[in-house]
Design a protein around this ligand. Structure first.
Ligand code: F6R
Length: 366
């Protein structure tokens, strides 16, 4: 059942080239300029004319929502708010019939996410679901939706569900950008080709496994770890930190890199590993200076960079190279080494990676 892997989590990490492909199957064929998503087509006018999109989710699915905020605002120019379902439902939020609420949930059973969408529905918003489990409660409660088709995710720590969610959300942002005329055709075509090439690039990123085992060996006894990213990699920093803390029980925090100087920088000393996601995108120069700030305080830098980077290797303690892609799609690649890092550290610490203490796969109570 684990397909020869010692844990479901590792199997699911390695399944990602396939699960990402499955999540775009029939929805994207770059060669023939084809992009289609049934649930969006059904509510096309509503989506295209939406004044605002509100995303509700919890945990890793909330991180996928944050990636979507960057994607949809940039490509489709619709304002997006990303809400923790638990906060949203209890704070008397402002919701109208002109809002679209996207609920993201792997299990489709998360109590807070379900309650948040029921609340939005009662105020007349259109509810769109992005779920992995077919026929789940959230999927049934929505007006329309798109399944992620990642296949069953058994490991409690979400991996392939996250990349499938981000794939579907990228497609949605591209479809909306194209329909609203905010995304020019050449850029759209480039993104379509690039998205299609992601499974092969994930395959390549998975070849980093041995290198990441060696890095994990050096940091398995850490008590704290900081994750930094900017732009599209900021949500990835949050996700990397969540993965590490939930399965290895090492205290980890994800931060937008520029926020470091507003507090967390006080934590940095020679004992502090800092994972920096520093791929070559519009925030590259800025994040290079954040790395220098950490090094000036003797922090240990584990940097995830774009293949061929020559600047960061001169500064970082460890460099993990991932294939080049558009910055819009980079989370699909940059998250892979972080999943592997938490997995190996947790295994080395003797943790039960598939069933971490105190956690359940579906959180059906609030
Ligand atoms: C993290 C994790 C949790 C879930 C969260 C939401 O690895 O698994 O944070 O992401 O409980 O679950 P779903 O997506 O099923 O609503």
């Amino acid at each position: 059942e684990k397909g020869g892997y010692p844990h479901f989590m590792l199997k699911e990490i390695f399944e990602q080239p396939r699960s990402i492909l499955d999540s775009m199957r029939g929805r994207l064929i770059a060669e023939s300029d084809h992009m289609m998503m049934g649930g969006i087509r059904e509510f096309e006018n509503k989506f295209v004319n939406a004044e605002r999109i509100i995303i509700v989710a919890c945990g890793t699915s909330w991180h996928a929502g944050l990636v979507a905020e960057y994607l949809i605002e940039d490509l489709a120019r619709i304002p997006v708010e990303v809400e923790y379902a638990s906060e949203f439902r209890y704070r008397n939020p402002i919701i109208s019939e002109r809002d679209i609420v996207i609920a993201i949930s792997q299990s489709g059973e998360t109590a807070d996410t379900l309650a948040a969408l029921e609340l939005a529905k009662s105020k007349g918003a259109t509810i769109f679901g992005i779920c992995n489990v077919v026929g789940s409660s959230i999927a049934r409660a929505t007006d329309a939706g798109a399944y992620t088709h990642a296949g069953p995710e058994i490991g409690v720590a979400s991996t392939k569900a996250f990349t499938a969610q981000v794939t579907v959300l990228s497609l949605i942002a591209m479809i909306l950008g194209s329909k609203r005329g905010t995304l020019e055709t050449t850029k759209l075509r480039q993104l379509m080709v690039e998205l299609e090439s992601i499974p092969a690039k994930v395959e390549k990123a998975l070849e980093l496994n041995d290198q990441i085992i060696a890095i994990s060996e050096q940091y398995k006894d850490a008590t704290n770890c900081l994750y930094l990213g900017r732009g599209y990699n900021f949500p990835v920093a949050l996700e990397g930190a969540l993965k590490l803390k939930e399965i290895s029980y090492i205290h980890a925090e994800g931060y937008p890199a520029a926020e470091m100087k507003h507090g967390p920088i006080a934590l940095i000393d020679a004992q502090m590993p800092v994972v920096v996601i520093a791929t070559q995108d519009s925030s590259y120069e800025k994040i290079v200076s954040n790395i220098q700030e950490v090094k000036a305080r003797k922090g240990k830098i584990i940097a995830v960079v774009t293949e061929g980077d020559t600047t960061i290797p001169a500064m970082a303690d460890h460099v993990i190279e991932i294939p080049e892609t558009s910055e819009h799609l980079v989370p699909l690649l940059s998250v892979i080494p972080l999943q592997l890092l938490s997995y190996h550290i947790a295994v080395m610490r003797g943790c039960n990676v598939d069933q971490p203490r105190n956690l359940a796969k579906s959180v059906t109570v609030e």
